[in-house]
Design a protein around this ligand. Structure first.
Ligand code: G3P
Length: 218
């Protein structure tokens, strides 16, 4: 399973990259706003900075909601850097835009996916990634991880190549559950990734190894 970091914060992206296990980055307009990035030029420069830090895919989201606007923005974003994947919302015009951009050889990430039917449409349009939002489903008493499992099963059954990118991950256990469900990618906040490191027996074991070493070596 690939690890993407779900943030536009450059320090966090660097920290995850330094760990050596980062496969990419996902952003969205809310995450960009959280970092205070505004204005077309600043947004574009920010995507370029992210691409300079990481080696993998960087999802950059369009803000248009009409077909013409989405393909124009999509083509501009894709031209910024070969690592850019154009993030398109799961709406009727979005499906048309994914189909069009795929035909032009531009990679896409279909975002705001909340059902297996939406995931089917995204795959049929040729999306590179589909992003089901599991945390937001959990928020409304619906099993987000179960949706990941359903989409993985459906894609495997029909042989779709679209990768299942579990998004809206809120905590470390979500990552484990998405791995269990067969997600191709988990995009996570940094603290959820770092949470994978933790085990009290590791800390106890290391403390004992070091104490035993000190006993005989001083
Ligand atoms: O990857 C999508 C993500 O940014 C949304 O997360 O926590 O706002 O539901 P959240």
């Amino acid at each position: 399973m690939k690890f993407f970091i779900d943030t536009a914060n450059l320090d966090q992206i660097k920290e995850a990259q330094d760990l050596g296990v980062l496969d990419g980055v996902t952003t969205n307009p809310s995450l960009m706003a959280k970092e205070g990035i505004s204005g077309a030029e600043n947004i574009i420069n920010h995507y370029k900075k992210i691409c300079d830090i990481v080696e993998g895919d960087v999802s950059a989201e369009v803000i248009s909601t009409d077909f013409e606007g989405m393909i124009k923005e999509g083509e501009e974003l894709a031209a910024l850097h070969p690592q850019i994947v154009v993030k398109i919302p799961m709406i009727k015009e979005g499906i048309k835009a994914i189909k069009y951009l795929t035909g032009k050889g531009i990679r896409t990430n279909c975002t705001l996916v909340f059902s297996v039917g939406q995931a089917l449409l995204a795959a049929k349009a040729g999306a590179t990634y589909v992003s089901p939002f599991i945390g937001r489903l959990d928020d409304i008493s619906t099993d987000g991880v179960e949706l990941i499992a359903q989409i993985v099963e459906m894609y495997n059954y029909y042989g779709f190549e679209t990768e299942v990118l579990a998004a809206s991950i809120r905590h470390t256990m979500h990552i484990i559950q998405c791995m269990d469900a067969g997600a191709d990618v988990s995009t996570c906040p940094l603290n959820a990734i770092l949470g994978l490191l933790n085990h009290p027996l590791t800390d106890i074991g290391l403390e004992k190894f070091l104490a035993d070493y000190k006993k005989v070596n001083g």
